[in-house]
Design a protein around this ligand. Structure first.
Ligand code: NI
Length: 168
């Protein structure tokens, strides 16, 4: 396993839409292991998307199980979501978001409060679940990366951008 270098804004590679994963097997599994290691060794990181390490495939990882965020209502623990799609959505909430690819800022973004997600696991088996609150926000944030978007493009207003505190 190795820690993969993170691409940071405004690198043009963050704007490239990612492609569906069609090949499941050893190469995918070993990439997902590296991506997992990269996420877990980044302090405070609750999610990562494949294009953040320059691989434009529709792969996201999410883990809000250790988050103390006040909107952390439901957590499915560590999840590998391949080709994720939001198939139902309801409500809204505004959450202060951060991103490994935008290290110096956080910002307030409006998201759906509740979502139903369909995806594949790392073996290619279908998964479907619903979630809400912070975990739902993280999944929406990571899926945005697959579309070539970062949260800076979704701020509630230009004044909703803040200098980040340094993680220790
Ligand atoms: Ni991000």
């Amino acid at each position: 396993m190795r820690k993969l270098p993170i691409i940071t804004y405004p690198d043009e590679r963050l704007k490239i839409p990612s492609l569906e994963v069609v090949d499941f097997g050893k190469d995918l599994e070993s990439f997902v292991e590296d991506l997992t290691y990269t996420m877990k060794t980044s302090p405070g990181c609750v999610g990562i998307a494949s294009p953040q390490v320059g691989v434009h495939k529709r792969i996201i990882l999410v883990d809000t199980s250790n988050s103390k965020h006040k909107e952390n209502k439901v957590s499915h623990g560590f999840m590998v979501l391949i080709n994720p799609r939001i198939v139902q959505r309801e409500g809204e909430l505004v959450v202060r978001e951060g991103c490994l690819s935008v290290p110096d800022y956080t910002g307030n973004v409006k998201r759906y409060y509740w979502i139903r997600v369909q995806a594949l696991d790392v073996k290619g088996n279908p998964v479907e679940f619903e979630t809400e609150g912070f975990e739902a926000v993280v999944i929406q944030h990571e899926i945005d990366h697959l579309e070539g978007k970062v949260f800076l493009e979704r701020l509630v207003s230009p004044r909703d951008l803040f200098r980040r505190k340094v993680y220790k």
